[in-house]
Ligand binder design. Structure first.
Ligand code: NAP
Ligand code: FE
Length: 366
């Protein structure tokens, strides 16, 4: 039997009002918290108030850093690092989408290891973090149950995984925070979750445990896809997407993502396309590029669709996108992807730079 390691250490509390019901579990992480969040959404969707109410109730002091932008930059992480050290915080509560929660993980490492700044900790051997509590308000990245944090490095002009393993200690997953999310953010985060399930399933490291999460998650996504096409953004959809996202997180925590994520980062950095959409606009051609179509066919069967093109047409229908890219630009992105060993090794078949270029070209230069 092939050897296999399996680790999901995050304690998840799932359901409506989990913070008011179970929030006290965070008491053991210290006396002072740094709340890390984005500029607006957490104040509108109730998650920020729920966390503040909890901290007041259990007598935990806190400071707030609420300037995390989408695709968090090392510059912003550096500002939060300085505040966290000056304030002597014991743990971090990340509230929001993948951006604030990923930033929390990086900030947690930097406060714990004060000799590093945000510009010098990537590439070091695995560093420990302060405890992280995750309150996801999007259903996409699954970061509340993964060890990854994706940051934007403006010096190298790209997005990168920080490379240290930081699983949140606790995740509070409450679908009510997503109730009023608009259609475009709902779609871009939903297709990110879907892309995690697919890339984990079609992955060199896939195993029977990760496949179980993927098959279950893709089955739930099937129902979500129909609702997204009909623009039926009800609580049933919110709950299902939250599960799809969490299952996707469980799967990629074990096996990682693959080439669409590597290819999508260039589109997000250079063209500002949201993360999930940047992956999924490549999906029709990515799925067709497999020489062995056996597992691809299984995905299409679980979705109860006819073909890759039917899936591609559905994704085109829900993704709202208007941007221009040139052949020279995608040559450049292909070169970058062809040297991304981390993602390439997760793709189970040999793939050349020319084949990568063709995925970009057929997807984007129609
Ligand atoms: P995000 O970048 O965190 O947020 C996108 C937008 O959604 C922001 O404008 C945010 O507003 C808004 N928003 C958040 N919650 C909302 C809500 N409940 N209702 C309405 N609007 C809401 O989006 P994301 O897609 O969740 O995260 C993307 C990042 O995660 C990328 O950097 C990606 O590379 C990374 N990622 C990480 C992993 C991992 O395993 N760590 C996996 C995949 C992707 P505010 O700014 O006002 O909060
Ligand atoms: Fe992703």
């Amino acid at each position: 039997m092939n050897m296999l390691t399996y680790e999901i250490p995050t304690k998840c509390y799932i359901g409506t009002d989990v913070i008011s019901n179970f929030g006290e579990v965070i008491k053991k992480y210290g006396d002072k918290a740094l709340i890390v969040t984005g500029r607006n959404s957490s104040k509108k969707n109730g998650s920020f108030d729920d966390v503040k109410t909890l901290l007041n109730k259990i007598n935990i002091d806190y400071v707030v850093f609420d300037s995390i932008e989408e695709n968090p930059s090392l510059e912003t992480i550096e500002k939060a690092r300085i505040i966290g050290i000056d304030e002597g915080v014991d743990f971090i509560i990340g509230i929001g989408g993948g951006s604030p929660i990923d930033a929390s993980k990086a900030i947690g490492i930097l406060i714990k290891n004060i000799k590093y700044t945000a510009f010098h900790f990537i590439g070091e051997k695995n560093l420990e973090s302060l405890p992280i509590i995750a309150v996801p308000t999007t259903a996409g990245t699954g970061t509340e149950v993964t060890q990854y944090a994706i940051v934007t490095d403006n010096k190298d002009k790209c997005k990168k995984n920080m490379g240290h393993s930081v699983f949140p200690k606790v995740a509070f997953l409450d679908p009510k925070y997503m109730k009023d999310m608009n259609f475009d953010i709902t779609v871009s985060t939903a297709v990110d979750a879907f892309s995690h399930l697919v890339e984990a399933y079609l992955n060199t490291n896939a195993n029977f445990i990760s496949d179980m999460y993927c098959e279950k998650g893709i089955g739930i996504f099937k129902k979500c896809l129909i609702k997204l096409i009909e623009k039926e953004l009800d609580m049933d959809l919110r709950e299902n997407l939250m599960m799809v996202s969490m299952l996707g997180g469980f799967a990629i925590a074990q096996v990682g993502t693959s080439i669409p994520h590597g290819m999508g980062y260039a589109l997000t950095y250079n063209k500002g396309i949201s993360h999930g959409v940047a992956n999924c606009i490549l999906y029709r051609e990515y799925l067709k590029c497999f020489k062995n179509q056996e597992k691809v066919r299984k995905i299409i069967d679980i979705l109860e669709l006819e073909s890759i093109d039917t899936l591609g047409n559905y994704l085109d229908e829900i993704i709202n996108l208007d941007f221009r890219v040139t052949e020279e630009e995608i040559r450049e992105y292909s070169k970058g992807m062809a040297s991304n060993k981390g993602k390439l090794k997760n793709h189970p078949e040999a793939i050349t730079e020319e084949e990568i270029f063709n995925i970009y070209k057929k997807s984007l230069l129609k």
